[in-house]
Design a protein around this ligand. Sequence first.
Ligand code: HPA
Ligand code: ZN
Length: 326
Amino acid sequence: EHLPALLRAMPKAELHMHIEGSLEPELIFALAERNGVQLPYADVEALRAAYAFTDLQSFLDIYYAGASVLLHEQDFYDMARAYLNRAVADNVVHTEIFFDPQTHTARGVGMETVINGLYRACRDAEIEQGISASLILSFLRHLSEEEALQTLEDALPLRDRFIGVGLDSSEVGNPPEKFARVFGRCRELGLHLVAHAGEEGPPAYIWGALDVLHVERIDHGVQAEKDPVLMQRLVDEQIPLTVCPLSNLKLCVVDSLAAHNLPQLLKAGLKVTVNSDDPAYFGGYVNENYLQLFEATGMGAQEAYQLARNSLEASFVAAAQKEQWI
Ligand code: HPA
Ligand code: ZN
């Protein structure tokens, strides 16, 4: 069967991954040792055994604990280079990487430490491996809008090192409207705008992300299926959805990959993409997401090409660059 070979080999973009979610247990323990950080897990096996999630929050608690080993610029650099190596191996030609500065600044890590380490990794990977990589600063929605505004202020001296902003963390109870002012300010600044919406939250959160935050893409968005008017809007405006199949499975958003609605969303004409979200926690990098999804749903080569093309088209790279890939 050559579908798996096609899925692996086709050039693709990854548009939804959190760099802190690429920290493999082995690297978490290596950094803990290097930095003298005490972890509430005895070893790599004990940490991996805790990766049995029931919903988004049960994952976030462990994900934030894992990120506590990141202290120095070199730690952020090493984490990002490890992810970029995996992306290159999966024939990712372009990636837009989320980072959560508040997870680190709250522990006393400097904003410049975070951004400079990640940015240097992106530039070195570009030069040495030919992958294109950009950063998207993501606000934590369980925190206040004032804290998001302060985070933006702290990052503005490094404005040229990230291309946009996103919104992640605990969705239900933290609707997009809570961040209307900070996204308005980012819009004035000419930053690209995206937000997680409709992962666990209702279609109303997708409407809010579009109409109040004015986002250009929806991260996840799988709950759109419940609202036919919203579905039509997403088709008409070709708003990209950055879907993460293994994440949805591991966080119990879907009961099985066979039951995932990505094939239906694609068939309905939405601009769907496949992404890994937090590959170290959810059991696979982007190619593993394609392979397991296609195995479970029976999609074929035509859908594979469509998804890869969508990922390149939905990226924030210049049109001239896209034409070289598509
Ligand atoms: N949803 C919300 N916040 C996140 C996620 C996610 O899937 N991954 C990392 N932070
Ligand atoms: Zn995500």
